[in-house]
Write a protein that binds this ligand. Structure first.
Ligand code: NAP
Length: 339
């Protein structure tokens, strides 16, 4: 079995890349700005299955760069799905709780209507629609609040700010399930393995960590596990300035995934200590990670890919600091948007 993964450097892609049957490719090999090149790689490699863990995930930047986000999040998945369907290769496309509008407090079911409230969500919903339209043996797996040690994400931001601030403001009205990237990777591999023998299981599924929690309570738990003394002050989402609107209710009903694939929701608290310890080692306490980055940038075309990037997209591309969905973590006395 050889599973081709797009998004080698991401939180999920990195976790997948550690598995022996996985062949993961990054943007130097497969740049999603050029969807046809992704299809050609699938055709050339003839993998047993394909997982697309790559995406334009910078939620705020997507407000200004919706053309680029749409190419990466919708047109590239369509091209991948077409290549897979044409060769009867199972395909798994990752999607997000951000396809929903976040109203109410009932966990979203896979068949609930999507109604995204920001451009990132619009482009991810368009990706879902494209994959469904193509057909074939495809699963759309929605997840939420992905975290991993070593990545730029909510935990990084909480720990980084806690290193310099005694009190952090974190939104308390966004509720969802933090999802360990390692568990998500295992779930993706379980699903594609089943699809190989049971293509009739194609469809839309949810997988997120539990229990559901507010962002502020999640931050409190991160600080408790890290032994940090900073205090969390809960604030409402509408009191925090950000370019993109964010859904309040990100709860995902994972019952179908549990029943069909025997995959239970992972308890995010079980891996938190290990992940926080890993992140704490990387945080330098000066507002950046050890390597000084704030997440990668989507810059020029790199090796192995031909073609010109449209000029109007180039600046937008530079703004694409990839990472998890953004959320407000605000140190008292500063107002910094963070993922
Ligand atoms: N993070 C979350 O909280 C969250 C929540 C719900 C759903 N999801 C979904 O879960 C999936 C995985 O998320 P993640 O957290 O692992 O994402 P991530 O850490 O932000 O990684 C995104 C990946 O996509 C790659 N990428 C972006 N633009 C690309 C391009 N033009 N060509 C090639 N690769 C490109 C990035 O490569 P570079 O490193 O080269 O930029 C990176 O490997 C995505 O579909 C995301 O929408 C994530």
């Amino acid at each position: 079995m050889r599973i081709l993964v797009f998004g080698q450097t991401g939180q999920l892609g990195s976790a997948l890349a550690r598995h022996p049957n996985v062949f993961a490719v990054g943007r130097t090999v497969a740049d999603l700005r050029f969807p046809q090149s992704c299809a050609e790689i699938i055709t050339a490699l003839q993998p047993t299955a394909v997982i697309n863990a790559a995406a334009f995930t910078a939620v705020d930047a997507a407000e200004d760069t919706s053309d680029l986000a749409r190419v990466v999040n919708a047109e590239a998945p369509r091209a991948m799905a077409e290549a897979c369907a044409g060769q009867s290769i199972p395909f798994l496309q990752l999607s997000t709780d951000y396809v929903f509008d976040g109203t109410g407090d009932r966990p979203w079911r896979p068949d609930d209507s999507v109604a995204p409230i920001n451009h990132y969500g619009v482009t991810k919903a368009a990706g879902e629609a494209a994959v469904r339209e193509v057909g074939g043996c495809a699963v759309i797996l929605r997840t939420s609040w992905v975290f991993a040690s070593g990545a730029q994400n909510f935990m990084t931001n909480v720990l980084r700010q806690a290193a310099t601030q005694s009190r952090l403001s974190v939104v308390d009205d966004q509720v969802g399930g933090p999802t360990p990237a390692e568990s998500l990777a295992e779930a993706c591999l379980t699903i594609v393995a089943r699809l190989i023998d049971a293509p009739e299981l194609a469809g839309t599924y949810h997988y997120s960590g539990g229990p559901d929690v507010s962002r502020s309570d999640w931050a409190r738990e991160i600080l408790r596990v890290a032994g940090a003394s900073a205090q969390i002050q809960g604030v409402r989402t509408d009191a925090v300035a950000s370019r993109a609107h964010r859904p309040l209710n990100s709860r995902l009903d994972c019952t179908r995934t549990e029943q069909v694939f025997s995959l239970q929701r992972p308890d995010w608290r079980a891996t938190l200590a290990e992940d926080v310890a890993g992140l704490a080692r990387q945080v330098d306490g000066k507002g950046g990670t050890k390597d000084g980055t704030e997440g990668g940038t989507e810059g020029g075309v790199e090796g192995g890919i031909q073609g010109e990037m449209p000029s109007e997209l180039q600046q937008a591309a530079r703004n694409n600091a990839h990472g998890a969905d953004t959320v407000a973590v605000t140190g008292v006395g500063s107002r910094e948007r963070s993922r």
